[in-house]
Design a protein around this ligand. Sequence first.
Ligand code: ADP
Length: 420
Amino acid sequence: MPLLLGCIADDFTGATDLASMLVKHGMATVQVIGVPDDGVLPEADAVVIALKSRTTPAGEAVAESLAAAEVLLAAGARQLFFKYCSTFDSTDAGNIGPVADALLKRLGAGFALACPAFPANGRSLYQGHLFAGTHLLNESGMENHPLTPMRDANLVRVLSRQTEGSVGLVPFSVVEQGAHAIRDAMTRMAEGGRRYAIVDAVTNAHLVAIGEAAAKHPLITGGSGIAMGLPANFRAQGLLPERPDAAVLPPAQGLCAVVAGSCSRATLGQIGFARDHAPVLELDALATPDAAALAAQALAWSEGKLSAAQPLVIAASAAPEKVAALQARLGREAAGALVEQALAAVAQGLVARGVGRLVVAGGETSGAVVSALGVRTLRIGAEIDPGVPWTYAEPANIHLALKSGNFGGRDFFLKAFQHV
Ligand code: ADP
């Protein structure tokens, strides 16, 4: 099975979201955690290398992304995909601009599109402005994100602050006209010296048309939505056969648990909903600012409550005032790291106690948990809610669902266990 699409994702839940999209559209896809030391990739139509590069210093993110690109290109990838969040999570220092700049340079290419839209999850892009549901990005709750507060919804401006290249817009009026018009507009922009085009999209049909228009681009950047149109490009070239078993996983077993570190509105709502149906522990990192002690509290609480029939929920997630209080005491990064370490230790302890089905809420949180569990690859199964599939984690041999903070319906933490 020759590698067709080589993907680099800036966090672990985002990688799963992308892999899930590709599986759903008929590509055999494996998610690999980090750049493999030996450079060997599993056999698949698409490989998604999951990095934890969203909030690291830009230089580190660039180096890691380039290392991932080398492995993917050496394995024969015909196109690279740089996946970031559908809410364009970044700061003025990066890392979307610096990583995309470096990948373009490595590929000897001068232009790439940028499109985080994902209508199934309410992310739409109109006149270059990103919406989460009915709200502009900067009024969606994302303005309070603990690590990447998004205070500007105009992505042309946001990306311009992260690159020396010039950023243009392919607006809705062009996207509506379909793949040919989009391709022409992007060609004109590239010839006119633009390095990036933010491309509007409010429906899946737009995403498919944009994907078709970018069939020959060496690099595509965006959310998982924009990957929707890519498998068809490979099929049209006769490179991708039908794959009816792309989403089949081994049977699930073991106890059920949820670990949450996302402070997004969606996750806070899911924790609130779960409280009426399952045991929920909310960790107070301000009262106990010590990762090992927090983890010990959580594991002691879990004794006698773990079950194979219903999950328990252990959450560090908190409302913006509480997050701000911890950050004021420890600094933003140290606060995040403390909570991530605590939750990673909780996940390790839960698996040691027989948990075989684990939901993790939060991108950074998932990164910490997956590292602590020593997971190398994730086979991608069926979706629970858009963008969140069950996966089979090896060599830990457990079922994991890595939920990006903003994703999933209110009942996600319960629904997940009805799906495995
Ligand atoms: P999302 O997917 O919503 O972005 P992440 O896990 O990526 O979620 O990011 C949430 C960040 O917030 C993590 O670094 C996490 O450790 C941190 N965090 C979680 N709870 C708290 C808290 N109570 N105070 C401060 N930071 C927190």
